[in-house]
Design a protein around this ligand. Sequence first.
Ligand SMILES: [Zn+2]
Length: 119
Amino acid sequence: MVMDKKKVEYYKKRLVTTQDELLRLVTKSERDGREADEEATQDIADKAANSYTKEFLFHQSDENRRLLQLVNEALERVKDGTYGLCVSCQGEVQVKRLEAVPWARHCIECQEKQDLGIL
Ligand SMILES: [Zn+2]
C-alpha cells in the first residue's frame, strides 16, 4: 500500500531540508580541505596536524556524501511514488523508522538482515 500524499509531502519536506544541509556541509568540507592544503607549511608538527585535519574532514565529507546519496534516492522514490516501501521486500517501512530515518531504504526486518550481512 502506498502512503497517503500528505504524509509523503511531510517526509519530502524533511528530505529536502536534509539534502540542503548535507550539500552545504559537503561543499564546506571540500573547501576546508583545500584551505588546509593552502595553509600547509614546512613545519613537521604542522604538517602532521594538517594531514590529521584533512583526514578528519575527508572522512566527514565521505559520510555526508554517503548520506546525501541515500537522501537523493529517497527523493527519487517520492517521485516514483514508491516512497515508504522497502526496496528489498516492497513491504511498508514502519512509520517509526521513517520518523527517525526518512531516507531509510529498508523496513526494520530487512535492515536487520542487511546489518547481519544476509541480505
Ligand atoms: Zn523489507
